[in-house]
Design a protein. Structure first.
Length: 301
């Protein structure tokens, strides 16, 4: 049981460390899904703490869409090099080239959903029995249904109606050959908790989280970062605004928010007053009412 003399961040940290150690105890081949975003940065920090003085036992796995923010990729490589961790990158472009997935067409094509195939192929390639991710229950209603240990069948699929109970911090990692688990140590964290932890631990994050001037295109009510080769729809134009990004996703579907927050403290104050969730700026979540759950059922993050 948590000690009520601890701060809420300390309680969350202890819980996440406990989950990470359970993964190391119950599974043989695990990987930490690392995008270079704030949640995976916090998860990496917790993994360092969980096993100190030993190194983090999990390799870092990034599924690269080819449409990532350039600043994030530069940060990813520097962060992993600083930790001395092993980084494995698998590319959606290779999945498309091999005929395992088909590039989207239309006015707003995205590779976001195509990551599922690349991820499942990587899980099979490395025979992973567990993948650690930084998803949180407060992000989106489908993610709110996840357990800490989220079972996936031998097709990589998730059944939200058939999940195992997790009582008294007992995590059931039993699986059949070919099955695996997605592990979410940050399940009980909020966006505000993540930023407060980043402030407490003085963690570095990619520059796109802070206010900066950027060329943008307003599409479907969202401010999307303009990129080379992006086709403009009728009535659209490229404009420059001072913005920041609350999430680090595929550039084709991750919207910016107008902001002057240039420090972690200012971001914390901004989030505390926000009335829209961080995924409110994700265009891919708006494709249907069940967009995220449909993707997760198929094996998405």
């Amino acid at each position: 049981m948590p000690s009520y003399n601890l701060s809420h961040l300390a309680q969350l940290e202890n819980e996440a460390v406990f989950v990470l150690r359970e993964v190391a105890a119950q599974f043989e081949r695990s990987a930490l899904l690392f995008s270079g975003g704030k949640d995976s940065i916090v998860l990496a920090q917790l993994a360092q703490k969980a096993f100190i003085p030993a190194r983090c036992p999990f390799p870092f796995l990034h599924i690269d869409t080819g449409h990532n923010f350039p600043e994030t990729i530069v940060f990813r490589d520097a962060f992993v090099a600083r930790l001395g961790a092993r980084l494995v990158v698998r590319h959606v472009a290779d999945t498309i080239r091999l005929g395992r997935a088909t590039e989207e067409s239309g006015p707003n094509p995205s590779r976001n959903a195509l990551q599922t195939v690349t991820l499942l192929d990587a899980i099979q390639e490395f025979e992973l029995d567990a993948c650690l991710g930084g998803a949180r229950r407060d992000e989106e209603k489908a993610r709110a249904k996840e357990r800490f240990f989220s079972h996936r069948d031998d097709f990589g699929q998730w059944d939200p109606k058939n999940q195992r109970p997790e009582l008294w911090n007992l995590f059931n990692g039993r699986k059949r050959p070919g099955e695996h688990f997605r592990i979410f140590p940050l399940s009980n964290w909020t966006e505000l908790d993540v930023w407060q932890y980043i402030e407490r631990e003085q963690l570095k994050v990619p520059s796109i989280y802070f206010s900066h001037e950027r060329q943008l295109v307003k599409r479907e009510g969202q401010l999307l970062g303009w990129r080379e080769g992006m086709a403009l729809l009728p009535g659209e134009r490229i404009e420059t605004r001072r913005v920041r990004f609350r999430t680090v996703g595929d550039m084709t579907c991750t919207g910016a928010v107008e902001s002057t927050a240039g420090t972690v403290g200012e971001i914390i104050a901004e989030i505390a007053a926000a009335r829209v969730t961080e995924r409110g700026a994700r265009v891919d979540d708006r494709r249907s009412e069940m967009a995220m759950e449909d993707r997760k059922r198929a094996g998405y993050f």
